[in-house]
Design a protein around this ligand. Structure first.
Ligand code: NAP
Length: 281
């Protein structure tokens, strides 16, 4: 069997068109959704991510403010700047690009962003809201994965979902979102001795590790939905995921490619969260 491709680019285009319509409607009522993006330092990968986020804002009619600071910026100065953005009524979402220079404590920065503007969904309050099933901003990557799974039309109720990886930004919120959708959820991590024993029983597998070939064809149940969050480089230096795509696509029912799967959806869900922040206001 050859799996059907879950096309993150196509879904992103569709969602971004919808966001642009909603943003225009909001603008007509006098509110232009605004996102502030802060970059500290010179990390080249971060610069690319930030550029793509600003491009997505331009595409969807979201006003963006880009603030770039030298790597020597003090934590106190960064926190002062965030507090000013918290008070700025033209800004509905604040994103501080990670990673930050070592002398700046990332969680202190995240916790300084007002909960109403935490469009990355990384604060303890946002994590607590997700855990308690309360409204709030969902972290963009797992939120995007849920949208990708939705396109398969599979009802997650009673399905077994396995998440590989337990980071605060991807694995854990992913598991909570699947649980909220009534899946039976297993989380595997670096201490799980035989991950295949779990994934072979799974109707849905989400791989969020950051290592190539974490999921191979012999670990997948025929027909399963496979979502590949990983971003790695292969021997030729090309972008690839955690999943052995060539092998797994012959067993799975549905699969996301890398690139063109989860990546574009992460940025799209940032736009969704920013728009919703403005709509809530
Ligand atoms: P992370 O913070 O490094 O977490 C990785 C997780 O994988 C950890 O929970 C770790 O377990 C687990 N792990 C490590 N080695 C493992 C192994 N051999 N078997 C099973 N589990 C293992 O990474 P992350 O931020 O969650 O990101 C994961 C991947 O997704 C990375 O490649 C990242 O670049 C990518 N990513 C992509 C997007 C996108 O938009 N496409 C967004 C975010 C992240 P322990 O907890 O036991 O150490």
């Amino acid at each position: 069997m050859t799996a059907q491709l879950i096309d993150g680019n196509a879904l992103s285009r569709q969602l971004r068109t919808d966001i642009a319509v909603r943003a225009a409607a909001l603008k007509a009522r006098g509110v232009t959704p605004g996102l502030a993006v802060i970059l500290v330092g010179e990390d080249p990968a971060s610069a690319v991510y930030v550029r793509n986020k600003i491009k997505a804002c331009n595409e969807t009619g979201i006003h963006s403010v880009f603030e770039k600071y030298d790597a020597m910026l003090s934590e106190a100065d960064l926190l002062t700047r965030i507090k000013a953005l918290n008070d700025d009524p033209s800004i509905h979402g604040i994103l501080v690009q990670m990673p930050l220079p070592k002398h700046i404590h990332p969680q202190r920065v995240i916790e300084t962003i007002s909960t109403a503007k935490d469009v990355d969904g990384y604060s303890v309050q946002s994590a607590g809201d997700l855990m308690a099933g309360l409204p709030g901003f969902r972290p963009c990557t797992p939120y995007g994965c849920m949208k990708l799974i939705e396109t398969t039309g599979i009802n997650l109720k009673g399905k077994h979902a396995v998440v590989i990886g337990r980071s605060n930004t991807v694995g854990k919120p992913m598991a909570l979102l699947l649980l909220q959708a009534n899946a039976t959820v297993t989380i595997c991590h670096s201490g799980t001795p035989d991950i295949g024993a779990f994934t072979r029983q799974a109707d849905v597998v989400v791989a969020a590790v950051g290592r190539r070939n974490v999921l191979t064809a012999n670990m997948v149940k025929p027909g399963a939905v496979v979502i590949d969050v990983g971003m790695n480089r292969n021997d030729e230096g090309k972008l690839c995921g955690d999943v052995d795509f060539a092998g797994v696509k012959e067993v799975a029912g549905w699969i996301t490619p890398v690139p063109g799967g989860v990546g574009p959806m992460t940025i799209t869900m940032l736009m969704v969260n920013t728009l919703e922040a403005a709509e809530r206001r």
